[in-house]
Design a protein around this ligand. Structure first.
Ligand SMILES: [Fe+2]
Length: 377
């Protein structure tokens, strides 16, 4: 049985069918054919051009099998197709899709979250739990990782493929003279997102603690979705201007110039906040009329206040072996100050794309037990 109940019939107006309370277009149905001659057996890519299908195609006859697992379709060009009703039900939103990525959940400082043990992540259920926490909260923390220099590359590759930048595949966050970024000093870092001047902006950031001999230097995280939604509740004009004003972000470094222009807050097609860009040392708003800019500056000031408000923030220390994985498109991150003369503090960082953890989650969701993203050879 499937989640689609009731009768099926052809629909003369559209040339398609009526099923599950919906009218389905004949071309939509035809593009879901999965028979061997239509799809490559390995990649499952179509072996034909959808643009070459008859634009006036119609379904002339339709039947549901007795066990309600198959849909038999006779098309006007003579093609006979068998579609899997369970797959159609998922596409119509009438059945749960096990591959669906968990939805984001807005959080504030009261968030209770689990820290995961690196050694437990060979268990597919534990890895799935970690990924679920990551998708909901936009971060997760692992303890007990090996702390060899550069071992972060191996840790991050478990979840995806490294995104190199002009700072290299890895960057070192340690106090050093003539620092090219405030991150490399012992100063506090206000809430920000990384590298909004890049195109594309690095997606997921890892921070891996190799050594920490100082007090303070706590890592801070704030949910950009909570901040954006709070601003929208407080003042819709502020939300609108932050979501529509194109701001230029620019990094003018010793070996290159990186620049991109985008609003501070973006949402996806569902309305979820899906990209926060916030780096007040690197942003340049256009010379809009003073009235508009006054609203923009008030909105950006409020964004800064909320992003640094303790009511929205969680703080945690880095111990050797701690590995933080965070969504740089959703979270603000920062750091409390510390005294660099007190001891040596060394974190390494790197980036991967969003699709790696999503791929790993889907593979686990369909029953795969490998807890690593794999390259195709
Ligand atoms: Fe940063």
């Amino acid at each position: 049985m499937t989640a689609i109940s009731g009768k099926v019939s052809t629909d003369s107006a559209s040339g398609g069918i009526r099923l599950g309370g919906k009218v389905l277009h004949p071309l939509w149905l035809r593009e879901r054919v999965t028979e061997a001659h239509a799809l490559d057996s390995i990649s499952h890519q179509r072996l034909y051009q959808t643009a070459e299908l008859d634009p006036d195609l119609m379904v002339e006859n339709v039947l549901i099998s007795e066990n309600r697992k198959q849909l038999s379709l006779q098309f006007s060009d003579g093609y006979q197709a068998e579609l899997n009703l369970a797959e159609i039900a998922i596409e119509l939103g009438l059945a749960q899709n096990p591959e669906s990525i968990p939805l984001p959940k807005s959080w504030q400082s009261s968030l209770e979250f689990k820290r995961f043990s690196w050694n437990d992540l060979d268990d597919p259920n534990e890895m799935k739990a970690l990924l679920t926490a990551y998708f909901e909260n936009a971060f997760c923390i692992m303890d007990g990782t090996p702390t060899d220099q550069d071992s972060l590359k191996q840790h991050a590759r478990r979840f995806g493929f490294l995104r190199a930048t002009n700072f290299g595949e890895l960057f070192n966050v340690e106090t050093k003279p003539a620092a090219t970024d405030l991150a490399y000093t012992d100063a506090a870092l206000a809430s920000h997102t990384d590298n909004p001047y890049r195109w594309p902006v690095p997606s997921i950031q890892y921070l891996h603690c190799i050594a920490n001999g100082v007090e303070g230097g706590l890592s801070t995280l704030v949910d950009g979705m909570a901040v954006a939604n709070t601003i929208a509740e407080e003042n819709q004009d502020w939300a609108d201007i932050l979501e529509s004003t194109p701001v230029r972000f620019r990094y003018d470094g010793p070996t290159g110039i990186y620049e991109d222009t985008a609003p501070l807050i973006a949402r996806d097609y569902r309305g979820y906040v899906n990209h926060i860009r916030f780096s007040p040392r690197l942003d340049f708003v256009p010379a809009l009329d003073p009235e508009t800019l006054t609203i923009f500056y008030a909105a950006r000031r409020r964004m800064h206040e909320l992003a640094n408000d303790l009511a929205f923030q969680i703080q945690f220390p880095f111990k050797p072996g701690t590995l933080l994985m965070m969504n740089n498109y959703r979270l603000f991150h920062g750091r409390t100050a510390f005294n660099g003369k007190q001891g040596y503090r060394h974190l390494q960082g790197c980036y991967i794309d969003h699709d790696g953890p999503q791929c790993l989650y889907r593979m686990l969701a369909i029953g795969n037990t490998d807890t690593h993203v794999r390259r195709e050879t």
